[in-house]
Design a protein around this ligand. Structure first.
Ligand code: FAD
Length: 461
């Protein structure tokens, strides 16, 4: 006989969205029976086998420990919680700008009271850099950013988990295969059992996007999808950007290219950090980390330069387009490709020797190659223009030895049609976090979790 359990609320996904839904619900409605179903492992069991020595590339684990498990895609992230409506998602469109900021601050208070207390909050308010950017055709986006760092972010997650354990039932290594309506209730089925609940919050993140597409199609929930961001990760000596990163830590700077009038933006800045591999559905792309711990800091700073591609009819598969470009780099380089800016400009591939002779020592062991064989011209031209624009506010950015790793792809989930409660057309079925397409960041995903928990609590009252 099948193992079926019944709960008041079930949450699918234990990333920031799921964690903060559970957190808030448990405080507001301590009597509710809450289940969290997570495809990945609990936090302490999450371990990627890539060690850079014995195992250099992805071996395609059944469940990827980087993207899945308690803490979601954010567990080993740099833990930058950006408090802003300027980027990181469009939550404000559903709940209003003021409310969105208020919830992001609330999340920050929970993080700082659970191990993140000694960390720094940076802000663009009153910075001179804004004017310097404007004078150089660049725009600095406004934000406050709490930088937890990969190490403290992990500690915060450990502490939240400890507290949640007493009142929430976690089901790890439990990939929900199907989600169906069962009268007024929701039925989540997985290998070896199922769970029935009156209310369901889906916070499946980017890694759950394919599964979520199927859920939306089965339940006839309208969706749309048309965006992907493609680019490279830039690595430079930390001193070149230190006047910016010391003041702001993470700055989001946008440049409008002269040639195509595309927007190129900086993304995920890691002062004195490292460049890392990222695995999305078996495709290796690049990302970056940094640490609060002085001993783990490096001599380099890295950040992504991304160009947004919006597609119009009839093309619908924007993520497929990004995946194909990333696959091409994997095909040529066996993983991530690295190239000196000087080599790119001279139209030649980088070699191990040229990189070793350079002044920037790579923090990721990537394959020297030629990014112009991978990235579409329009995107590459935009990136080169942006590097020269940044060179005007941070001289040295366009040096020959600057390293470019490719490709970095930021996939966007389809946007699920939800109302201002983040509820789908099915009463009691909420879709939040990155999986819903409403958010693309730790702070927005977490805030969306708190928000739905409060809506559910109001209904329960
Ligand atoms: C390397 C890296 C660094 C990052 N750094 C930052 C940063 O510094 N700042 C920032 O704002 N953002 C950062 N991000 C993005 C950030 O991690 C995400 O925006 C955030 O985690 C989204 O939260 P979420 O809860 O919506 O989804 P996720 O964190 O993706 O969590 C979703 C969870 O759902 C589970 N799941 C999916 N499908 C199913 C299913 N069918 N059944 C059961 N469980 C399922 C997954 O296993 C996963 O654990 C980073 C991302 C990565 C990968």
């Amino acid at each position: 006989m099948e193992n079926r359990k019944k709960y008041d609320v079930m949450i699918i996904g234990a990333g920031p969205g799921g964690i903060f839904s559970a957190w808030e619900l448990r405080h507001l409605c301590p009597d509710l029976r809450i289940a969290v179903l997570e495809a990945g492992h609990e936090l302490k069991k999450r371990k990627c086998p890539i060690d850079g020595e014995k195992i250099k590339t992805c071996i395609g684990c059944r469940v990827c420990s980087i993207m899945n498990g308690f803490g979601g895609a954010g567990a080993f992230s740099d833990g930058k919680y950006n408090i802003t409506n300027d980027f990181g998602g469009t939550l404000y469109r559903y709940i209003g700008r003021e409310k969105a900021l208020e919830l992001m601050h609330y999340v920050d208070r929970i993080n700082t009271s659970h191990g993140g207390g000694g960390t720094h909050m940076y802000s663009t308010a009153g910075t001179e850099l804004k004017k310097v950017c404007m004078q150089n055709k660049l725009t600095l986006l406004e934000a406050s950013v709490r930088h937890l760092g990969t190490d403290i972010n992990y500690v915060v997650l450990e502490n939240l988990y400890e507290e949640l354990l007493s009142s929430v039932d976690f089901f790890f290594d439990t990939k929900v295969e199907s989600l169906a309506k069962n009268g007024e209730e929701y039925l989540a089925s997985f290998e070896g059992g199922s769970i029935l609940a009156d209310t369901c919050i889906v916070s499946a993140g980017r890694s759950g996007s394919k599964w979520l597409e199927k859920v939306c199609s089965d339940l006839k929930i309208p969706t749309k999808s048309n965006r992907v961001d493609i680019g490279v990760r830039v690595e430079i000596p930390a001193v070149i950007f230190s006047h910016i990163t010391d003041e702001l830590y993470e700055s989001k700077i946008v440049y409008r290219t002269e040639k195509f009038e595309d927007n190129v933006r900086t993304f995920c800045m890691n002062p004195r950090g490292i460049v890392v591999n990222e695995n999305t559905n078996g495709i290796i792309t690049v990302n970056g980390h940094s640490f609060e711990d002085e001993e783990r800091k490096t001599e380099n700073t890295n950040f992504a330069l991304l160009v947004s591609k919006h597609f119009s009819e009839p093309f619908k598969d924007s993520n497929g387009y990004g995946e194909s470009i990333a696959r091409l780099s994997n095909m040529l380089g066996g993983g991530v490709i690295v190239q000196r800016f000087g080599d790119l400009e001279r139209g030649r591939r980088s070699t191990r020797k040229r990189i070793e002779e350079g002044t920037v020592h790579p923090t990721l062991n990537a394959t020297p190659g030629d990014l112009s064989l991978v990235l579409p011209k329009r995107i590459l031209d935009g990136i080169i223009e942006m590097i020269y624009a940044l060179d005007r506010i941070a001289p040295g950015t366009a040096n020959d030895d600057t390293l470019l790793y490719g490709v970095e792809v930021k996939f966007y989930n389809m946007e699920v049609e939800v109302d201002r409660n983040l509820e789908t057309l099915h009463k009691g079925l909420y879709m939040i976090g990155d999986g819903s397409g409403v958010t693309h960041s730790l702070s927005h995903a977490s805030a969306s979790g708190v928000y739905v928990a409060r809506r559910i609590a109001e209904r329960e009252a």
